[in-house]
Design a protein around this ligand. Structure first.
Ligand code: MG
Length: 143
């Protein structure tokens, strides 16, 4: 394992199923937003995203969005309807916001995964926070 390589790779976030999260003992899923859960241009959560979030929640997995995007109002407007906490201007690959989220919600690094599309921010931040790094392919079109 190199620090640049994700522990698991997926084509898209929908492949990270509640079943897989359960099997892997994941209780806190930290997610990048842009090009991971949505295209950069999407203003509202897609139905597939809302459904995925609620399925994860039913399986007892908490999702927190950790984004380097600095547009606080846009982030809040996007995340509020799906009922997930979000952190903007996270400055990944710095791991401070990942660690803060684990502390805030009382999860251990061993129960946590960081899911994102970029190794230079998401994967590295996961490494620094000592959590598993799962990577999705950069989203290029709406599915
Ligand atoms: Mg991204």
């Amino acid at each position: 394992m190199t620090i640049f390589k994700a522990d698991k790779k997926f084509e898209k976030f929908e492949e990270v199923t509640p079943e897989l999260l359960k099997k892997e003992g994941v209780k806190l899923l930290l997610c990048d937003l842009d090009n991971t859960l949505r295209l950069h241009s999407e203003k509202e959560p897609a139905d597939s995203l809302s459904e995925w979030v609620s399925e994860c929640r039913k399986a007892g997995v908490m999702i927190v969005i950790i984004s380097n995007n600095g547009r606080k109002k846009m982030m809040q407007k996007f995340c509020e309807p799906i009922g997930v906490d979000c952190v903007w201007w996270a400055k990944k690959p710095m791991s401070k916001k990942l660690t803060e989220a684990m502390e805030k919600y009382h999860f251990k690094p061993s129960e946590t995964v960081m899911l994102g599309d970029k190794w230079s921010t998401d994967v590295l931040a996961a490494r620094f926070a000592k959590v598993r790094a799962w990577q999705v392919e950069h989203r290029k079109h709406v599915v």
